[in-house]
Design a protein around this ligand. Sequence first.
Ligand code: DON
Length: 586
Amino acid sequence: MNFPFKIRLLFLFLFVFNSCETIPFLQGSFSGKEETKLHLPQIEGADTKRDRYEFSGKEIIISSDHPLASQAGMEVWKQGGNVVDVFAASSFAISVLRPHSTGLFGGGFAVIVLPQKGKWAYDFRERSPKKGTSSFYLNPDGSVVSGKTLKGAYSAGVPGNVQGILQIQKQHGKLPLSAILAPSIRYAKNGFSVYADLANVVSKTWPEMNPAMKKVFGIDNRAIREGELLIQEDLAKTLERIVENAEKEFIEGETIQLVTNYYSEYENFITSDDFKTYQVRVTDPLVSSTWGHTVLTMPPPSSGVHLVTMMNLYSEMQKRKSFPSGDVGEMIRIIESMRVAYRDRAELGGDPFYTTVPVPKLLSLGYAKEEVNEIEKKVVSGSWPGPKEESKKSESYNTTHISIMDKDGNAVSSTQSINGIFGAVQMVPGTGLVLNNTMDDFAVAPGVPNLYGLIGSKANAIEPGKTPLSSMSPTILLDEVGKTKMVIGAPGGSQIPTSIFNTLYRYLVQKEGLYESVSYPRIHHQFQPDRIFLDPEIKDSFPQTELPFYQVQYIRHRAKVFAVVREGDRLIGVSDPKGEGVPLGF
Ligand code: DON
């Protein structure tokens, strides 16, 4: 039967929201017993890419990195949950569905706006274990032990995802944990069809996996393939124990015993005490007014502050008449805003409990003016310094983001991660947990680039209990009357702040639609390497001859933006068309 696309969509929602457990095509994707393919007519019947990656509704929209994670959120919404329940259910679900991107042994940030209650910034990122010190990763001569922060048991920080999601849900959610975790347990237990991206990274990392991990991600001792059913039984049991014991499971439960058993073979690098003393940090979001909106973003050790600096610098440069007109001026404004913001990140970024990050100064207009004065000198004199020395370049596709907004402006923006692809590429036997490799987000030594080519200073050095600096920058924008306007965030390592900047620039400055803004080719500069990274589609329009002092590399931008906006009485969600995600709602 070939129904028009809109009608098929209507069927989807009638089915999903009214009889979820009995729908043949959706049940197949949940249970996977008989039918392992993911069947969402929204995907299969999409006539255009836009149909596939954009969705609008009036009540609620979620945009996440996997259709079943968005669906998990809608399942609990349908049961009377609120946006925080949607966040919690989809967060646990995405841990099952994208085990190479995030997971229960990962960490994250969330910015939350509940207009009737308040606004919060939650930091549930990994912390360095008490044994974690810089010297642990250095040879006696001060050189870096190759790969120690990147792979294996010592590259993991103490995880915060479970404590963070549970605490947020306990404080602001409505539903019992059994309802919140039901979809993720089902996905883990019954399995889901392996999609291309997951199959790809399993095959790539297969040789590095420990036996426990190979058992989960392999069939007949070879890497699981696209279209095959991924069942994660131990992970399902861990999730069931979380339903039973809530936060205690990650303080003193069986899971922690299994983790500490594993670490007894690795000098007890992470101990039960590290779990007992783990604290979720709750603060106010960082608030700033720019580009006609109130920006609520995550404070340090997130890079939200650098995103706002970028926006302020751009605005300040727009006021100066000395900049060239047209595309040339616009490129200079964008690139120089990025360069300064990433320089600040490299020099000043770190855990505010251990180092002072001068946030008020970085957000001030006086600072933007001072920095723009310096840029203006280069513009006016035409004297641009040559590119600095290169640091290594990066490649990785992981981490995840969830954006949610309902019609009353309740909103959650949360980025979660195990850092690199499959993190440490080690699984704790009996738990289904893949270790993060977030210790690599510290500056192992000043000036030594991390996985994303980012450098850091002493402010981001490894110290016991400290949180590594992060590019993750979940953000929410309010309009001029204080109503929630946009929820935005992205995975993508060092490209996270610039991907958000690019999207806000297209949407708020260039006044394009959300889908166009998310999918528009991007511009990225991260201070070091001193190079502009451009999506290949911009090649013909980039005014290279007028900008000879910039070194350019054409390379596909890695970050995937997930955003929801309110336009009148409509909510519009977009998942980045380069990914597997999907917005859902109604
Ligand atoms: O917190 C950070 O900055 C990194 N752990 C994020 C990693 C990431 O987004 C990888 N995505 N491609």
